[in-house]
Design a protein around this ligand. Structure first.
Ligand SMILES: Nc1ncnc2c1ncn2[C@@H]1O[C@H](COP(=O)(O)OP(=O)(O)OP(=O)(O)O)[C@@H](O)[C@H]1O
Ligand SMILES: [Mg+2]
Length: 243
């Protein structure tokens, strides 16, 4: 589903990603962890070309990304690769249902009634069937994030990218969002999830990547990487997360 080959990216003179190569099979869930500034967000943003890169190639959901791609090439990609951010980024003047049903109508020309029916189904799936008419400011952070996940699902993506989806939430709201993501993992969605919640990472992930200074320092099943880290950076990172 995803193949990253020698991906490199600089910001000015700073090398943010260095020769990153990785493969992700359909249905895998990758938990991405590691110290601040290591390049986790940048890698995710390169995978759906929210950021360009300087060298290498990404093949994702059938699309090939390389330096110098134009926006016109990316329209299809953005429906196949969804992204959910730490800040939910809902449209404040639209209801929960309208937030979910808008893009399919515009991007994929789904008929209004069909988009609304699908939107309601997705709200049910994230546990918000009764809140379709609520505006974002009437919802808790955890509820807003679940609407954001439903909105991403409405495009029928083949891959979902999550950048710290629970970091902006109070602890009591994290569980409900993590439960939704875990359910998606169980249903076989291909996902990359940046998170600092190690229990969550261990629960959902087929593999864990530890990203440090622009490279994947460790890559393996949680039982290996988390239980038995080989690098100093991973050991130190996990030790701090446990404290
Ligand atoms: N627009 C930018 N201009 C210059 N440097 C940038 C820019 N965006 C990111 N960087 C740098 O790239 C590096 C990687 O940043 P990135 O946000 O990908 O890290 P991260 O692993 O997501 O960190 P965190 O855990 O804090 O979210 C950092 O050193 C950061 O300062
Ligand atoms: Mg980040």
């Amino acid at each position: 589903m995803i193949s990253v080959r020698k991906l490199s990216k600089r910001h000015g003179t700073r090398e943010v990603l260095r020769d990153v190569s990785a493969e992700v099979a359909k249905g895998e869930t990758i938990a991405i962890v590691g110290p601040s500034g290591g390049g986790k967000s940048t890698l995710l943003r390169c995978l759906n070309y929210l950021e360009s890169f300087d060298a290498g190639e990404v093949v994702i959901a059938g699309a090939t990304l390389a330096p110098g791609k134009r926006d016109a090439d990316l329209r299809g990609l953005r429906t196949k690769v969804g992204m959910v951010f730490q800040q939910f980024n809902l449209f404040p003047h639209l209801t929960a249902l309208e937030n979910i049903a808008l893009a399919p109508q515009i991007v994929r020309r789904v008929e209004r009634g069909a988009a609304a029916r699908r939107g309601r189904e997705l709200l049910e799936r994230v546990g918000l069937g009764d809140r379709h008419g609520a505006y974002p400011h009437e919802l808790s952070g955890g509820q807003q994030q679940r609407v954001a996940i439903a909105r991403a699902l409405a495009q029928d993506p083949e891959v979902l990218l999550f950048d710290e989806p629970t970091s902006a939430l109070d602890p009591e709201m994290r569980d409900e969002v993590m439960a939704v993501i875990k359910d998606l993992a169980t249903r076989g969605m291909t996902m990359l999830v940046v998170t600092h919640e190690m229990q969550f990472a261990t629960d959902i992930a087929s593999r864990v990547w530890v990203i440090d200074r622009g490279t994947i320092a460790e890559d393996g099943p949680p039982a290996e990487v988390v239980a038995n880290p080989k690098t100093d950076v991973a050991r130190e990172y996990f030790r701090r997360q446990r404290r």
